[in-house]
Design a protein around this ligand. Structure first.
Ligand SMILES: [Zn+2]
Ligand SMILES: [Zn+2]
Length: 164
């Protein structure tokens, strides 16, 4: 995978650059993602917030209900309203779920894992050998060693920010 992928919204007001590779890429087949994308599944590349650099424009954070009941924040272009990334309460603002379809070349981020396949649309056939879970998974068992280390650093930073 190449470093520093770029992307943006449809009208071009929002542009972003991604530093390095994603922590993990989720294809989420839950009904909520199906409704929010209007299609079969969401495709989200997870990045630390400081690795998602806005190079043009600032998205508007729209509070949106989520399956957990805690709500999520979807970052949308203020003009064309296309969603470029979102925050979920579990991971908080530290992690941005970047919508892979908004990247200039989405081919760089195929899913590492298919989640919530229990609600997958029946016509969707997953590639042989694809990693799948009926709902969610244990991060310690699935994330690469490098991503776990980045997660550890992220937590340490968050702790520092709290105590500082
Ligand atoms: Zn736009
Ligand atoms: Zn989902």
């Amino acid at each position: 995978m190449e470093a520093n992928l770029e992307g943006g919204c449809t009208c071009g007001q929002i542009r972003y650059r991604l530093i390095g590779t994603p922590l993990i890429v989720h294809a989420c087949h839950c009904h909520w993602c199906q409704r929010e994308t209007g299609t079969a599944h969401a495709l989200n590349a997870l990045y630390e917030a400081d690795r998602v650099v806005h190079t043009a424009g600032e998205p508007e954070l729209v509070a949106t209900p989520s399956a957990s009941g805690k709500g999520q924040k979807i970052a949308r272009c203020p003009t064309c309203r296309v969603a470029v990334w979102s925050n979920y309460p579990q991971a908080g603002p530290a992690v941005r779920f970047v919508r892979v379809g908004t990247m200039d070349d989405p081919n760089h981020c195929p899913p590492d894992i298919h989640i919530f396949t229990s609600s997958k649309q029946s016509w969707v056939t997953l590639p042989p050998g694809a990693r799948t879970v009926p709902e969610f998974y244990d991060l310690d068992a699935v994330w690469s060693a490098e991503s776990q280390e980045r997660r550890r650093q992220m937590r340490a930073k968050a702790q520092q920010a709290k105590s500082g």
